[in-house]
Design a protein around this ligand. Sequence first.
Ligand code: ZN
Ligand code: FE
Length: 253
Amino acid sequence: MPFDLITVPCLSDNYAFLLHGDGKTAVVDVPEAAPIVAALELREWSADEIWITHHHSDHIGGVEELRAKYGSLVRGATADAARLPPLDQSHGDEETFDFAGATVRVMDVPGHTVGHIAFYVADAGAVFTADSLMALGCGRLFEGTADQMWASLSKLAALPPETLVCSGHEYTAANAAFAKTIEPESTALAWRSADINSARAQGQPTVPSTLQLELDTNPFLRAGLQSVKTRLDMDGESDARVFAEIRRRKDSF
Ligand code: ZN
Ligand code: FE
């Protein structure tokens, strides 16, 4: 089943996504309504569904305006229903639902917030990760623990490597500068960093990326590698401990 995937810049550095197939469109996160309405109208699409990843205002700020305009069906995490806009359908970890003839898998990915979910659509080859796994980064640990985020990232890392990683922000250039402090000798990272700079110079988004690219260059996915542990002087430490150290360093970078 062919799907179209559209990246919509919102606010100063957020992204929403449109997933369109079989005449139906799902909007993943609604930082604000106007740019999403414009992207829909350009294609003569309607916001049939809205999928919410987590409760932060920069991901839900435009939900009610969009729902009022299109009568969208709104989906989000059961665990976070109390602090999300009213949900028409709520989902727990590993629940699935049908969208445009495809199966959508809901993955609980706590860490940034405790109720953060991702949406994996195998038939579209895409996972919507928002502020869990991000391009060259991961979300800050506002509510969850490092162990939770490491477990979340490890689940996402097990998806097919060609999967498009649709994350929630344009933070990639800053993330690249930090990543180089963890793996300064990485040629894959140097190449990616050059690609990021040229994309940004042309005003192009750096998301989605692919899971393979993240596995090769994202320091937060690479905490389990011996070379990274040695570099951080953490030989023999658990992967989660090394992840926690990388996250701690990024927080003060
Ligand atoms: Zn957030
Ligand atoms: Fe965010």
